[in-house]
Design a protein. Structure first.
Length: 142
């Protein structure tokens, strides 16, 4: 029997929308990363671009459990000497409401050119509205 490999241009890319209000950060990120990779499809290939588009709304209402709101730190290096900046989850979600979710999902994707292409299929919005209604996204439960 011959193994069938599906090429990247043969995949049908669907659109999904996830409502993150009141959801846990890790659970939403794991579900979104799985759909972005295409692991929900029967013809999944780990080295091909076979995933779907994911739209996440209400990113500012995402929750974390325990003391992670104060204890979890996001670090950014500016490139200068002594330029390591650290932000808690609480401060980062006030300044950039979509950034914790984007960083978490990016950490769950491959760290190569495929991962960089997959993160382009992720659209995160702080509010409840998004401009992708023309794509008819399906609701995805977490």
């Amino acid at each position: 029997m011959k193994t069938i490999f599906t090429k990247g241009d043969e995949f049908k890319h669907d659109w999904y929308v996830i409502d993150a209000s009141g959801q846990t950060l890790g659970r939403v990120a794991a579900k979104a990363a799985s759909v972005l990779r295409g692991k929900n499809k029967v013809n999944y290939v780990p080295n091909a671009f076979c995933g779907d588009y994911v739209v996440i709304v209400n990113a500012e209402k995402i929750q974390v459990s325990g003391n992670k709101e104060e204890d979890m730190l996001y670090r950014h290096y500016t490139g200068y000497v002594g330029g390591l900046r650290s932000y808690s989850f609480k401060k980062l979600i006030e300044r950039h409401p979509t950034e914790p979710l984007r960083r978490t999902i990016a950490g769950m994707l491959p760290h190569n050119r495929l991962g960089r292409r997959l993160i382009g299929n992720l659209k995160i919005y702080a509010g409840a509205e998004h401009p992708h209604a023309a794509q008819n996204p399906k609701a995805l439960e977490v």
